[in-house]
Design a protein around this ligand. Structure first.
Ligand code: OVV
Length: 413
């Protein structure tokens, strides 16, 4: 009989020895239980020290705010070019050609980053806002008519997939493949566990379709995709690089916003007083989303690789160490956030790490905010109350903390 081991003990990265004096924690941060309900893991990670050594993967992890921020933002010592998941691209071939914006260091990073900054600048989004709001208003009206529904498929997935592919300029919209590709890219950041394998199994169906949609001929004029190809026409990037940047949009633009929106509905359903505050002042839509990001960290962790021996806050970090930066833990660090576990839509949690920090911080964050604020504004204006209509179920993900099911009722005011 062929016995399947769920996760090999060591991944394809340098297996560093436990550093002298560092806490050793025998946990699997990629187990289904931890990933589905990470709160206790976040708290224990912070409590055990600024860094812990995790023998199962021979890697370091951090979850206190100052150290997580330092590792995440210092691209010189903690590089992205060796991959932002467990695989060290120096040792093992990545599952797809590396992203030319995420998985690259300066100076190469600057050229692609500047194109994407321009494509998704606040000015480039002004025309889109009306379309985002109209789609949000229509969807919320339909959901109010329904009354009770599952907010994961019917709202969290339905809304971004109804506006983002159009914003990119996709001419063939296949919601399932877009969602599956996002899940694949993020689950690929983890170890070779069942989650990663299940997502990867969809590759033969999903990857060729995604790559086809990245071609210039496939993209409608006026969208983010066409603007990226315009940068190729201007000689800033090559035609092939333009295709790769469209791939980045499709990698990072769907699963993330789907998760952020689902998590926001979960927060508001669980905090009726905060929802009533939002109704009274719909201008809190965006601050409520920022607080959702801090409280739930849709992207719960990314790795960096120490390119040199160094120290962080006095802790020695060995060269070649993979460091799991647990953004979800840092975003709940009580030394950083007063009353850290409290969902307060007016907190305005500047400095949260849900979009990362440093040169690789989320380049699409304005788009994510535009989508979420349109939707939460529509809900604030039209819905009287949000109630759970069943138990929420979380979906384990190697890098994304999302709901699998969220039955709710929208009550008319
Ligand atoms: C998973 C992820 C996040 C951000 C960017 C990309 C992927 C990319 O493919 O560029």
């Amino acid at each position: 009989m062929n016995v399947q081991v769920d996760a090999p003990l060591l991944e394809e990265h340098v297996a560093i020895a436990p550093p002298e004096g560092m806490a050793v924690w025998d946990i699997d941060p990629y187990s289904d239980d931890v990933l589905a309900e990470p709160a206790a893991y976040y708290a224990e990670l912070r409590a055990r020290g600024p860094f812990v050594y995790i023998p199962r993967y021979a890697l370091l992890a951090c979850g206190r705010y100052p150290e997580t921020k330092e590792v995440f933002s210092d691209w010189q010592r903690f590089v992205s070019s060796r991959g932002v998941g467990l695989t060290d691209f120096k040792l093992a071939k990545p599952w797809r050609p590396p992203s030319i914006i995420l998985e690259v260091d300066p100076p190469d990073h600057a050229k692609t980053r500047s194109v994407m900054v321009r494509v998704m600048s606040p000015r480039a989004l002004t025309d889109l806002r009306q379309a985002f709001q109209a789609a949000a208003d229509a969807l919320v009206d339909a959901l109010l008519a329904k009354g009770t529904f599952d907010a994961v498929p019917d709202l969290a997935e339905a809304y971004p997939t109804s506006v983002f592919p159009q914003a990119v300029g996709l001419t063939e919209i296949d919601t399932r493949r877009l969602v599956d590709y996002g899940a694949m890219v993020f689950n690929a950041l983890g170890p070779d566990n069942a989650l990663r394998r299940r997502s990867m199994a969809k590759g033969p169906d999903v990857v060729p379709w995604i790559m086809e949609q990245c071609r210039r001929e496939r993209l409608a004029p006026g969208g983010f995709g066409a603007m990226i190809y315009a940068a190729a026409d201007a000689g800033e990037i090559t035609e092939a690089e333009a295709g790769m940047l469209v791939r980045s949009l499709l990698s990072a633009g769907v699963d993330t916003t789907v998760t952020g929106i689902g998590n926001a509905i979960w927060c508001l359903a669980g905090h009726p007083g905060e929802f009533q505050r939002l109704r009274e002042n719909p201008r809190l839509a965006l601050p409520a989303f920022e607080e959702t990001l801090r409280i739930t960290s849709p992207v719960h962790s990314f790795c960096r690789t120490a390119n040199q021996a160094t120290a962080v806050n006095g802790v020695a970090i060995p060269q070649d160490a993979k460091i799991l930066c647990v953004l979800g833990a840092a975003n709940l660090d009580p030394d950083q956030w007063p009353d850290a576990d409290r969902f307060d839509i007016a907190r305005r949690p500047a400095g949260h790490l849900a979009f990362g920090v440093g040169i690789h911080n989320c380049v699409g964050q304005n788009v994510a905010r535009a989508e979420a604020s349109a939707l939460l504004t529509a809900i604030a204006n039209k819905v009287g109350a949000i109630e759970f209509a069943g138990a929420p179920v979380w979906r384990p993900g190697n890098a994304i903390h999302a709901l699998d099911s969220l039955p709710v009722t929208f009550r008319a005011p």
